[in-house]
Design a protein around this ligand. Structure first.
Ligand SMILES: [Cu+2]
Length: 149
């Protein structure tokens, strides 16, 4: 029985998961606190790739919203609008910053209003098949980001 369990773990890619943990990391993540009536929110973080090859983030999953999409903001003349992306590439030994006015993870159809300081679990999925689990706190926009600079 024990042997079967071990085999199952190996087959499920446990080894590559461990590798992902050291190569890819998320820093300074937060989820935007919204008024209780707001249907949507957004998540922001810095995605750091220590690896020697670029990685493509292709999806983010979470139970807090019906649909999660990768978005960026494009400017068309005076207008700024959100655009969905199929992937976000993080260069080898580089970072991509998800931040207001730029890349963000759109949380569409919140199942419950977010509470300040609530911790929201996410799973980031990459084109390589790797995944990264992160937990991000719910914060008000700009909190602690401009006050001390
Ligand atoms: Cu968006």
């Amino acid at each position: 029985m024990k042997r079967l369990l071990l085999l199952a773990l190996l087959l499920s890619g446990c080894a590559s998961w461990t590798q992902t943990q050291s190569r890819l990391s998320v820093e300074d993540g937060w989820v935007r606190l919204m008024p209780p009536v707001a249907p949507n929110s957004a998540a922001y973080f810095t995605l750091n790739n220590q690896g020697k090859t670029a990685v493509d983030l292709i999806a983010v999953e979470s139970d807090v919203a019906g649909v999660l999409e990768l978005h960026t903001i494009v400017e068309e003349g005076e207008l700024r609008r959100m655009q969905q992306l199929q992937k976000v590439t993080v260069p080898a030994q580089g970072i991509v910053q998800f931040k207001p006015g730029s890349y963000h993870v759109m949380l569409i159809g919140l199942k419950k209003p977010l509470q300040e300081n609530q911790i929201v679990p996410f799973t980031l999925r990459f084109a390589s098949g790797e995944s990264l689990a992160v937990s991000l706190p719910v914060k008000q926009d700009g909190e602690g980001k401009h006050a001390h600079h």
